[in-house]
Design a protein around this ligand. Structure first.
Ligand SMILES: Nc1ncnc2c1ncn2[C@@H]1O[C@H](COP(=O)(O)OP(=O)(O)OP(=O)(O)O)[C@@H](O)[C@H]1O
Length: 411
């Protein structure tokens, strides 16, 4: 008998953690009762992060003992492959997949899709999905999670034609202050090569980024995007000894990493997911001006006004007094992005910022980024595997993998 499979559309309001816990604890809600009494496993970014944290703390390989590389240093595609293999090894009756294709390039998505098709013949699948294009083809039951409420669709075509749109309201708020950076060239990588052990990752990378430019950094999983970004932000020692200039300083010429970090706004979804503090939404946004997490002194009038403008822009003014902790995952990410943008840093790095957002929120996000990049003096680098509809960068820097390491070119 063929297995039952569900797709559950989630958006920024969805309380998906509660639902996942209920299903895994044999308290599946109406429509999912068939899963009660069965053994389930969760495939999600959070589960992966928990394994990475455990590896860090205990120094042991938990789900990738067949590799001599840490889970943390693997590319997203490699990590997801290791997690799926591990979960299948526990012989579950069903798998809950939380946006499995996020952070994967097209090739890795195809491989995972193929693998899941095979898995689906033996194991039921519940796919939590934000993007309609991600729905697995063998799924036959469709629903949407609105808050904690599940609404079932009559059929696939009703599910795929539904919309949950929202708009971007207002202009990008003004910069609170100006940074004095003399050089017109913000970042320059000249003939940069990186190897990990014997494995070449980047070869002869030349990339010049000027003030105010809007770049998209593209490349398949494992092509070295994170490696380049972490050399720029100072988090990767491979940057030393290379011809790499940041804000007019040559890397390793005695520049202060802290001073450089103050000039960079950085947003990546996984940072957001780790914040657990009890701060109001409004204070989280304002704390982008003070380089702290949350706020420990009374905000000024100007700070409050700016936060109001940003929260109105991203449609979250109504929840300004709620605890950041209590927001949905999608709302938290929008808040953290506004927090990275509020001071108009000279350089803003958005690392896979739309991962985990539903179609409407991703479109809103892209509109915000386009607008911010055009209307501010900030240099923006947007990293994504997914070709984001509507993203309008000035330039694309494409990494292309090769046996001697990735080469880069400007498209
Ligand atoms: N510390 C490390 N030790 C060994 N190999 C590493 C280390 N860090 C990264 N790598 C390897 O370098 C390659 C490039 O990794 P990187 O994370 O920069 O790629 P990426 O383009 O950002 O990938 P993704 O899109 O999946 O995040 C990968 O094959 C990865 O396994």
């Amino acid at each position: 008998m063929s297995k039952a499979h569900w797709a559950l559309f989630v958006d920024n309001t969805s309380r998906k953690d509660l639902l996942v816990d209920a299903i895994l604890e044999q308290k599946a809600p109406a429509g999912f009762e068939a899963l009660n009494g069965l053994k389930g496993s969760l495939f999600s970014k959070r589960v992966l992060e928990r394994f990475i944290d455990k590896e860090d703390r205990h120094g042991t390989r938990l789900i990738n003992s067949d590799r001599d590389q840490t889970l943390k240093s693997m590319s997203s595609g490699e990590q997801k492959k290791a997690l799926l293999k591990h979960l299948l090894g526990t012989k579950p009756d069903f798998l809950i997949l939380d946006n499995p294709f996020d952070n994967l390039d097209i090739g890795s998505q195809e491989k995972l899709r193929h693998q899941l098709k095979e898995v689906s013949e033996e194991i039921s699948i519940v796919q939590l999905v934000s993007r309609k294009t991600d729905v697995l083809p063998f799924i036959d039951t469709f629903a949407r999670l609105e808050g904690s409420h599940i609404r079932f669709y009559k059929n696939k075509s009703e599910a795929l034609s539904s919309s949950n749109g929202q708009g971007l309201m207002g202009e990008v708020p003004q910069a609170p202050y100006r940074y004095e950076i003399e050089d017109d060239v913000l970042i320059r990588l000249n003939d940069v090569c990186v190897k990990y052990g014997e494995k070449p990752i980047l070869q002869n990378i030349d990339w010049t980024i000027k003030k105010g430019e809007f770049w998209e950094l593209r490349g398949n999983n494992g092509s070295g995007k994170t490696t380049i970004l972490s050399m720029i932000t100072g988090d990767n020692p491979k940057g030393y000894g290379q011809d790499l200039h940041i804000f007019g300083h040559k890397k390793g010429s005695g520049e202060s990493v802290w001073e450089i970090k103050k000039l960079i706004g950085y947003f990546t979804p996984s940072i957001t997911d780790k914040f657990t503090g009890y701060h109001s939404v409004e204070h989280m946004v304002i704390s982008g001006l003070t380089d702290s997490i949350g706020l420990y002194v009374r905000p000024t009038e100007i700070q409050l006004r700016l936060a109001q403008e940003w929260l109105r822009l991203i449609g979250l003014w109504d929840v300004k007094d709620e605890l950041f902790h209590d927001l949905t995952m999608g709302q938290k990410r929008l808040v953290m992005c506004a927090r990275a943008m509020i001071k108009h840093p000279p350089l803003l790095i958005l690392d896979e910022p739309t991962a985990g957002l539903d179609d409407a929120s991703a479109a809103l996000f892209v509109t915000l980024v386009n607008k911010f990049a055009k209307e501010s003096d900030t240099t923006t680098i947007f990293v994504s595997h997914r070709k984001e509809p509507g993203l309008d960068p000035d330039f694309v820097y494409q990494l292309e993998m090769d046996t001697d390491g990735s080469k880069g070119r400007v498209l």
